[in-house]
Design a binder for this molecule. Structure first.
Ligand code: ATP
Ligand code: MG
Length: 462
């Protein structure tokens, strides 16, 4: 039953009383046919969307949020978000994505939708209740898994270039194919993405990353020639340099494999971002040495320094999520570097100290980073990994380093020796911290206090 939600008869009742025709349109109808869960309902009205929403809100005794400049209104009902919009006819000018908007019919509105599968509508009128209105063969495209624009693709993409990124997003989310004429149209129109705000693009990137096939999505962005415009830093990972007949690992494919691996283990959006960005520092640090071959020394550090600029470029907030991604990029080699020889307690303590509560995420990333095609190598790495995990648990149980708070604070040092904030205070703290992490003293107030007294004497402060 397409319209089983009890909100639909209420909307129909309000529309009838106002003498307007209303339809369910877009994602809800598409997801009904795909049997996907859907949390938002879009209603299009041949008339005022805001007026209808206000009437429905009265019937439901619920508040309504109106956005007058867009002519839309939204209300919540249980866990559903219902959005109302008046049917529109839109025409665009070449240099702007602000359209000239006029009132229109349902079909006018369907024509300005992005894909035929998103332009399907169910009638809410009594006489043809639940009847499907599918002027562009959207159901057939749904059955064949195709993304096709209702208008000539050059028109649809040029009118709102974000639709090109949405094509990739739906492709990754639904496993659909962009029809060939649409794909070439995207390649042709790609430079127009310039007029779209980064915030809208980033929202789509999040959805691609959270889709069941993120790596497919990023490959498709590349194929559509959108990737260099959106994420030049990731596009720069493509290709293999060769010296004396020796090439290095192809970093773009490797990166996408890591994204795929992490996505099987975690639904954390920011950890998926970290996987995408973890080798971003490689192009800048690539070095050829005839004796050792290719190296990317310091790419972890360089990559982590690139994260804030990339977030800024994508208009993502520079908050603790950004810091988390930065930390993951910086530390992504650390667990694996531990397993080269014997795993020492102090190396594990340092790792725990640096990663803190993000140690589990870091271990997932590091494990996902093992993409060696050589089965022996991959097996050895994974076995070593198990060793590190065991050791991490042992050391954490013994020393509780994960949320390490230095037992001696800067305040205490200053108070005891009558110092004001200065370099020496920092040095004393650092030496105490190192002594604990190296296992020379225990993570304990008394031992740290004794060491402080000794250090202060050595430094000639007292
Ligand atoms: P989801 O909610 O899963 O992201 P959706 O298809 O519902 O998918 P929304 O962004 O919620 O996508 O948009 C709702 C509907 O509005 C779409 O189904 C589509 O018909 C239309 N739409 C949204 N954005 C655009 C756009 N940029 N160009 C044309 N139509 C759009
Ligand atoms: Mg939606």
């Amino acid at each position: 039953m397409p319209l089983s939600n009890p909100i639909f008869p209420l909307i129909a009742q309000a529309a009838r009383q106002s003498g307007v025709r209303a339809f369910v349109i877009g994602g809800y109808v598409r997801d009904f046919f795909l049997e996907r869960p859907c949390k938002d309902i879009d209603i299009v009205v041949e008339g005022s969307g805001i007026d209808l929403a206000e009437k429905v809100a009265v019937l439901l005794h619920t508040p309504v949020h109106t956005f007058k400049q867009f002519g839309t209104a939204m209300l919540r009902h249980h866990d559903m978000e219902v959005e109302f919009v008046g049917a529109r006819r839109e025409s665009y000018r070449a240099n702007s994505r602000k359209p000239i908007v006029e009132d229109g019919t349902l079909v006018d509105d369907q024509l300005r939708r992005d894909f035929t599968v998103n332009a399907l509508a169910f009638s809410l009128q009594e006489e043809d209740w639940g009847c499907l209105i599918d002027p562009f063969g959207g159901v057939k495209d749904l059955q064949n898994g195709l993304l096709r624009t209702p208008l000539d693709p050059d028109t649809t993409y040029s009118d709102d270039p974000l639709r090109m990124v949405r094509a990739v997003r739906f492709s990754a989310q639904l496993g659909f194919t962009i029809v060939p004429e649409s794909l070439v149209s995207i390649q042709r129109n790609a430079p127009r993405l310039e007029i779209v705000s980064m915030e809208r693009i980033s929202d789509e990137l999040h959805k691609i990353l959270m889709s069941p096939r993120p790596s497919y999505g990023f490959r498709l962005l590349d194929q559509c020639e959108l990737l260099p415009l959106i994420l030049p830093q990731i596009s720069a990972l493509k290709g293999v340099a060769t010296m004396e007949g020796r090439g290095h690992k192809e970093i773009f494919s490797h990166t996408l494999q890591v994204v795929e691996n992490i996505s099987q283990k975690s639904v954390d959006l920011w950890l998926r971002w970290a996987a995408l960005l973890h080798d971003m520092g490689k192009p800048a640090t690539k070095h050829w040495d005839p004796k050792i071959g290719w190296s990317f020394h310091g790419h972890d550090f360089v990559g982590s320094k690139m994260v804030p600029a990339l977030f800024k470029h994508l208009k993502l907030p520079l908050n603790e999520k950004m810091k988390f991604v930065q930390k993951m990029v910086l530390l992504h080699l650390r667990p694996i570097s531990l397993v080269q020889d014997e795993v020492s307690d102090s190396a594990v303590r340092r790792l725990l100290f640096d990663a803190g509560d993000d140690i589990d995420a870091l271990m997932l990333l590091c494990e996902a980073d093992i993409t060696s095609k050589n089965e022996q190598t991959a097996k050895r790495h994974l076995e070593n990994f198990i060793k590190v995990r065991k050791k991490l648990i042992e050391v954490e149980e013994k020393d509780a380093i994960r949320n390490f708070q230095p037992p001696i604070s800067g305040d205490l040092i200053m108070q005891k020796y009558g110092l004001s904030p200065c370099q020496e205070v920092g040095q004393i703290k650092e030496r105490i911290k190192n002594a604990i992490l190296d296992g020379r003293i225990r993570n304990d107030y008394q031992e740290a206090y004794a060491l402080m007294e000794q250090i202060v004497k050595e430094m000639g402060i007292v």
